[in-house]
Design a protein around this ligand. Structure first.
Ligand code: PLP
Length: 397
């Protein structure tokens, strides 16, 4: 207590921290409500596993594993080996590692394809002198997260047809990058993509970050023959939001590990994963694999129907339940309305849900959207009724 008082006196004696003199440190550390203390409101996340809304809620088992692991020191490389081995055997992959999210996996996975285990190259990258520095991707597969690949100093080469793909391949080709959710958008399907990679001995990498459920996808793409595959830890798997999985070939995972911590002079040193995320990611995966996915589905479907029914109760409003085909493949609700009856745009209605109490986030975040979209898998049971009621209120306004 004495020390605390002295600390506060010290703070208030610093002129630039004058405003802090009235700040009182919370007393009961055990039961602090930090969000209230910080004045940060909690929200109902009816948008989905968006990073800006903190994406997912971890399984309680994950939180307990993080807490338990936080009490000891270990040699990080030994833990990284052991967790990687366990994850690889759970998913039938040759090797695996925990990364700082799927975006981190894209960076260290690409680096691995460029440097291998060559020490000089690992030190030199993102200067790509003397390395393969082109990554081929289908034009329709370009996506915001390909920046995580470009971080390695590579150029993305866009192709559309099989013919263009084969003629784009040359001595500088490091990787053939595939975006799983764009399977139907591109002319070259994943089977053919893998086949071409094999024929020219160039690694193929599938980004399936948001593509569980279904749970089978966790083993599917490695089994099909992709050399590298990534999933987010903090989306469907409900692990730490700052973790992800990189699965695939032993030699590439080994090279990816050499391009990140604990090695200081590496491209991926900033993509830090400590023991808590490693163990948390493993436990999340175990929980997810054992989970009753059908029960989840029934709940989500019921919630979606309930919200859609509430929306439809307003004159001029149409609502349908749908499941996106690949990424985020869980029940969603799409809400549209006759703009003659309800003059507000989806963006404005989303704004009113945000400004209400409690604050609710939905899609869109963009001004030009022509409908409102609500996701179910980030809702908690008690929130479903609230979302249904608020939606009715703002549409009937
Ligand atoms: C979410 C997402 C990422 C990024 O995943 P993090 O785990 O948040 O790093 C990368 N690629 C795709 C396709 C995604 O949907």
């Amino acid at each position: 207590m004495r020390n605390r008082r002295r600390f506060l006196q010290m703070l208030s004696s610093l002129p630039f921290l004058g405003g802090l003199s009235s700040y009182v440190l919370p007393q009961s550390r055990g039961s602090r409500d930090l969000l209230a203390e910080l004045g940060v409101p909690t929200i109902i996340n009816a948008a989905g596993t968006y990073t800006m809304f903190t994406a997912t809620l971890m399984w309680p088992e994950v939180v307990r594993a993080i807490e338990a692991t936080s009490r000891s020191f270990v040699r990080l490389e030994e833990l990284h080996d052991a967790v990687g081995k366990r994850i690889a055997s759970l998913l039938g992959s040759e090797a695996a590692m925990v990364t700082s999210g799927a975006a981190g996996a894209l960076t260290v996975g690409t680096a691995a394809c460029m440097t291998g285990t060559d020490k000089d190259r690992i030190l030199r990258i993102p200067d790509t002198t003397g390395m393969k520095n082109e990554v081929i991707i289908q034009k329709s597969h370009r996506f915001p997260y390909d920046h995580a690949v470009r971080n390695c100093g590579v150029r993305l080469i866009e192709v559309e047809t099989r013919e263009e793909l084969e003629s784009a391949i040359n001595d500088r080709t490091a990787l053939l990058l595939f975006l799983n959710k764009a399977e139907n958008a591109g002319q070259i399907k994943m089977k053919e993509w893998i086949e071409v990679g094999r024929r020219y001995s160039i690694p193929t990498f599938n980004d399936a970050a948001a593509d569980v459920p279904p749970v089978e996808n966790l083993t599917r793409y490695v089994a099909m023959g992709f050399d590298l595959v990534t999933f987010s830890g903090g989306k469907g798997i409900r692990g730490p939001q700052s973790a992800g999985l990189l699965l695939g070939r032993q030699d590439l995972i080994e090279a990816a590990r050499l391009n990140t911590l604990p090695h200081s002079d590496t491209l991926g040193r900033g993509l830090k994963v400590n023991k808590e995320e490693m163990v948390g990611m493993l436990v999340a995966l175990e929980c997810y694999l054992e989970h009753d996915h059908e029960a989840d589905w029934r709940s989500w479907q019921g919630w979606a129907e309930k919200i859609a029914t509430a929306a439809r109760s307003i004159d001029g409003v149409e609502a349908e339940v749908f499941v996106p085909e690949i990424a985020n493949a869980v029940p969603h609700v799409r809400v549209k309305w006759d703009s003659n009856r309800i003059p507000e745009t989806p963006f404005q209605i989303a704004g009113r849900l945000r400004e209400g109490e409690p604050s609710i986030e939905v899609v869109p975040q963009g001004e030009r959207a022509d409908h409102l979209q609500i996701s179910t898998w980030t809702l908690q049971p008690a929130e479903v009724e609230i979302v249904a009621r608020r939606l009715r209120e703002v549409l009937a306004y």
